[in-house]
Design a protein around this ligand. Structure first.
Ligand SMILES: Nc1ncnc2c1ncn2[C@@H]1O[C@H](COP(=O)(O)OP(=O)(O)OP(=O)(O)O)[C@@H](O)[C@H]1O
Length: 250
């Protein structure tokens, strides 16, 4: 691959393997995974429950270490960085949306969304202004003072999405970002991801079981039993194939 092509990649996963447990209880969850996540694209990772999707995105986000293989994220070799360096790198450049939202229960929406900016040293007033802007974009402009417990699951998910986008990270990684959303809000969120990925040349990597959003992907990577078994590039002439639409949670 040429240098220019490498520069287009937000993440390049080469031969990544990962096991959990020891001895007889050892389970190899990722088996020499190969994956390219391109800037400007929405890449979706699909596959049956337990095939290793969350494990893979956790490794790309730097929250989990691989056993073997190479990993470049935004041009950096994560395997050569210390834990402190990875934490700093992640706070600055990666927006992560967890399956369980991970909002701070004692903080309001606007305070939760401000957190990534405050970590970067942005002043509280500027952080709040920017957090309100993004909450507005996800349709929660009227809910800025509410605590997470006062919101529905779908609203909490949108707060988590706003928090992941607020500091304009170059790579956004999401575990089931539309699972708790109805069709209308799922559409709003996917349009926002498209705007971020294509308009600003960032990369969005989404783990999903949600058939309704497959047409927003540029590329769908189908995983099975710890391997990427199929890559499908989506465009007007190549819609998401029917067999991928039947990937169900077991
Ligand atoms: N910390 C851990 N310790 C032991 N086993 C683990 C750990 N994390 C994940 N696993 C196992 O690794 C396998 C893959 O899990 P993973 O969460 O990556 O799958 P997934 O494809 O994201 O599944 P789902 O679609 O249900 O979220 C599962 O068998 C799971 O039980």
């Amino acid at each position: 691959m040429s240098k220019a092509e490498t520069g287009r990649l937000a993440a390049h996963v080469k031969g990544i393997s990962k096991s959990f447990g020891d001895g007889g209880a050892r389970l190899q969850v990722l088996k020499e995974i190969e994956l390219e996540v391109r800037r400007g694209d929405i890449t979706m990772l699909v596959g049956p429950s337990g095939c290793g999707k969350t494990t893979l995105i956790s490794i790309i986000a730097g929250t989990l270490k691989a056993d073997a293989g190479e990993l470049q994220v935004l041009g950096q070799d994560l395997r050569k960085m210390s834990t402190a360096e990875i934490t700093r790198f992640r706070a600055q450049h990666i927006g992560f949306i967890f399956q369980s939202f991970n909002l701070i229960p004692t903080l309001s929406c606007v305070e939760n969304v401000s957190v990534p900016l405050l970590i970067q040293g942005v002043s509280a007033s500027k952080a709040e202004k920017r957090a309100k802007e993004v909450l507005d974009q996800v349709g929660l402009g009227e809910r800025t003072k509410h605590r997470p417990s006062q919101l529905s699951g779908g609203q909490q998910q949108r707060v988590a999405i706003a928090r992941a986008l607020v500091h304009e990270p170059e790579l956004i990684i999401c575990d089931e970002p539309t699972a708790a959303l109805d069709a209308k809000n799922g559409h709003v969120v996917m349009e926002l991801f498209e705007h971020v990925a294509r308009g600003k040349d960032r990369a969005v990597l989404i783990v999903t079981h949600d058939n309704r959003i497959f047409h927003h992907a540029n590329r769908i990577a189908n995983m099975d039993d710890g391997r990427v078994v199929e890559i499908h590039d989506v465009d007007a002439d190549n819609p998401p194939p029917e067999h991928l639409k039947h990937v169900e949670r077991l």
